[in-house]
Design a binder for this molecule. Structure first.
Ligand code: NOJ
Length: 742
């Protein structure tokens, strides 16, 4: 063959190979160049399906026709292979056949439900949390879902806010670690795998600091607080590769987050160079009119797009106004292109242009939604999330040979109550699969144990008619277990409570049962820290069982009878009463700190209440005990390029296997701005056999010593520091000092 022919055929082959291997950016540009302005704006528009609403709804009856015209880029609340396929078929009738994205709130599981995120955070087990997100993704993606609106990474110090159930609690360090793990779990090895879903970091930002704990309320906070406490978990999701962000309903210092260019353009897409896209929260673009920030829906569309909100969930402001705004030269088409590019990029990454039905495979759906391994994991993770608050006289664990157990309370038998707020309502699939607490107990005890049941009271009413029956069965029993708390819809979105005491007459029911003198174990099921002062002071054994999901009953029974030794630690401070809120462990000392909690005159204290919480952040007991010893620092003096290696010995001093969450806190003793009395900077969950000792290693580096100074610079200032190793934020077992020098 002549040389020229060889060169020519080489060039042709290279060209063919090259054009087959276009980068996603090239493919996006090519598609974008074929799109009309109307089609571009269509990509920025998201609507809900008809049968599940997760916000105030105005059903759009024309959406099927609009999909065919390319006027909708994404849908939420369309579930299952059958329906996602039906909707995708409509998109395939549009001129450019751009596939729809299907989003869903897969927050704590899909068919298999896991503990609510706050409960899982109590496990302090990052692998477990990654696994539950992984399983949720496997199930949801097999059911046609491309995208979950999770994790919620909002820090909150206010248990009145109903959405604390959906986050990781009050602490920025713990919250950031969990945020990272959850994104990894949802997105799996890489987007584009058939069992990965896109994750969403939400709600950007400061939603958890709503004034008064009232959902959707305003937020006013300093820049330093924003950077130090509320932004880091979001940054952690970017480090984990999160595909999307959702903005929040609140205004931040007077500017709604949805229309906030500082947050979305300057920080997120600027400083953090984020390349994913931002979806608004439900209707939040239109709601800028109610905020008094936009005059009408057209101005709201203008403000949101220019501020960096790429997709409009449910408000129709974009689809109604953006074309006109471009034609009037108010919105440059380059801004529309940027938003569309970000969204198309994700559709290509997911592989939807190669196969729009890739995630809608009924055989895979059937298999994934009936996997016993998922159930097993749900049970294990639920057990790990339970926190043992009290265990006087070692009442727990219970013996499996007890003759008669009375199981009393409104949370014993209901199913949905344990599922948790964001359990997905699956059409045509049995979503009521859940092991009730009663069933869990029946499964656990042997034939020789007699079980008695009385409801005693409702969850939330004043009716005491059931008390007598409850007392009567308690009197017949050797041990009484009571299960009380909040129902699934008392914490969650729009479920703020001004009074976070145990609802209804449940605490009165506990009082009358306690008066029988029988050994008593109380289970408290809730989506938030509750106030139950009397119970905490007078009953001998309390397990905080949150809402634990499908395997609630089995997991609770595992812990009650010692098949799992509880290892959970509280991810939020439990107040003595609502007057202490906001309450958190990493407070400032003030100029007049109270000594020993005594409210002598002129100190920072209440005259009618202690400052300390009922149960502190990081607190939780075990059926065994742990001793902390031999704290050693590799050096007592470092400069900022050096590190300190910290070692500490932990011994299981009891008679059974157990796990301990060993927490490392730091205090910067004097700073150019006031620093908290302590801050969590590391932790390890360690497994120990009876009598076993392990040495744990931690590293302290400049990063862990840094904070934002008054110029918002991230600095580690020379001076003295204290390192504290504890079993909770209030149970510091070992301390040492060191100095940072220039
Ligand atoms: C409103 C909630 O704030 C958000 O978290 C959720 O993802 C959307 N509704 C969609 O359901």
């Amino acid at each position: 063959m002549n040389k020229h022919i060889i060169t020519l055929s080489f060039l042709i082959t290279s060209f063919v190979v090259f054009s087959q291997h276009k980068t996603i950016d090239q493919k996006v540009d090519e598609l974008l160049s074929q799109m009309t302005l109307e089609e571009k704006v269509g990509q920025l528009n998201q609507y809900t399906g008809d049968w599940t609403a997760t916000g105030p709804i105005t059903i759009n009856p024309n959406k099927q026709e609009e999909i065919k015209k390319g006027q909708i880029g994404s849908m939420l609340n369309i579930l299952g292979t059958k329906y996602t396929r039906q909707y995708q078929e409509l998109a395939m009738q549009s001129r450019l056949k751009i596939p729809l994205l299907f989003g869903q709130d897969v927050v704590h599981g899909y068919k298999t439900t896991f503990p609510i995120p706050l409960a899982e955070a109590a496990s302090w087990d990052l692998e477990a949390m990654e696994l539950s997100a992984r399983i949720a993704a496997i199930e949801a993606s097999a059911s046609g879902i491309h995208w979950t609106f999770a994790p919620m990474v909002d820090i909150s110090r206010d248990p009145r806010w109903g959405r604390v159930m959906e986050g990781a609690g009050e602490d920025t360090y713990l919250g950031s670690q969990i945020a990272y793990a959850r994104v990894k779990g949802f997105q799996g090895e890489k987007l584009g795998n058939v069992n990965s879903v896109m994750a969403t970091a939400k709600h950007f930002v400061a939603y958890g600091a709503a004034v008064g704990g009232r959902d959707y309320n305003s937020v006013d906070m300093s820049e330093r607080m924003l950077w130090e406490t509320y932004l880091p978990p979001f940054k952690a999701t970017i480090d984990a590769g999160v595909a999307t962000f959702m903005n929040s309903f609140n205004d931040l210092n007077g500017i709604p987050a949805t229309g906030n260019a500082y947050l979305q353009r300057e920080i997120l897409k600027g400083k953090w160079n984020y390349s994913g896209f931002v979806v608004s929260d439900w209707g939040s673009i239109g709601e800028m009119v109610n905020h008094g920030y936009a005059e009408n829906s057209k101005e709201a569309a203008f403000l949101a797009l220019t501020a960096g909100s790429d997709m409009d969930m449910e408000s129709s402001s974009y689809i109604k106004n953006l074309v006109v705004l471009v034609k009037e030269n108010r919105v440059p088409v380059s801004l529309i292109d940027d938003a569309v590019r970000r969204i198309l990029h994700k559709k290509f990454e997911l592989g939807l242009f190669d196969d729009p039905y890739k995630f809608s495979n009924p055989a895979r759906e059937k298999e994934a939604l009936n996997n016993p391994e998922h159930t097993k994991a749900a049970r294990e993770i639920a057990a790990k999330s339970i926190v043992l608050l009290k265990n006087e006289n070692k009442i727990l664990p219970l013996s499996k040979n007890i003759k008669t157990i009375a199981f009393i309370g409104p949370m014993v038998k209901p199913l949905r109550a344990n599922h948790g707020f964001w359990a997905v309502e699956l059409k045509e699939i049995d979503s009521t699969y859940i092991v009730s607490q009663w069933k869990g107990l029946v499964n656990k005890v042997g034939k020789n144990t007699k079980l008695l049941y009385a409801k005693g009271s409702d969850i939330n009413s004043q009716n005491k008619e059931g008390f007598a029956e409850a007392v009567s069965i308690a009197n017949q029993a050797d041990v009484v277990i009571m299960s009380v708390g909040e129902s699934w819809n008392m914490s969650g979105e729009a479920k703020s409570r001004s009074n976070i005491h145990l609802p209804g007459v449940q605490e009165e029911l506990i009082k009358v049962i306690q008066a029988t003198g029988k050994p008593l174990v109380v289970l408290i099921n809730a989506g938030r820290p509750l106030v139950f002062d009397w119970t905490a002071d007078h009953t001998p054994a309390i397990l905080y069982t949150w809402w634990l999901g499908s395997e609630s009953g089995n997991a609770i029974a595992d812990v009650l009878f010692g098949d799992y030794n509880p290892s959970g630690k509280l991810p939020m401070t439990f107040p003595r009463n609502e007057g202490q809120i906001p309450i958190y462990y990493n407070y400032f000392n003030t100029g007049r700190p109270a000594q020993n909690e005594t409210a002598t005159n002129y100190v920072s204290a209440y005259i009618d209440l202690k400052n300390s919480p009922k149960f502190p952040f990081g607190y939780g007991l075990s059926y065994t005990t742990f001793q902390y010893s031999d704290l050693k620092l590799s050096s007592q003096k470092i400069n900022s390029s050096e590190k300190i290696e910290v070692t500490v010995n932990i011994t299981n001093t009891g008679k059974i296997f157990g796990e301990e969450v060993v927490q490392l806190y730091l205090r910067d003793k004097v700073g150019s701005v006031v620093r908290p009395v302590k801050e969590l900077k590391d932790f390890q969950k360690v497994k120990l056999r009876a009598g076993e000792t392990k040495t744990l290693n931690f590293t302290i580096d400049k990063e862990k010593l840094s904070f934002f100074n008054d110029k918002l610079e991230w600095v580690a200032e020379p001076g003295d520091f204290e390192v504290m190793i504890g079993a909770s934020s209030a149970d510091i077992r070992l301390r040492s000092d060191f100095e940072l020098i220039k």
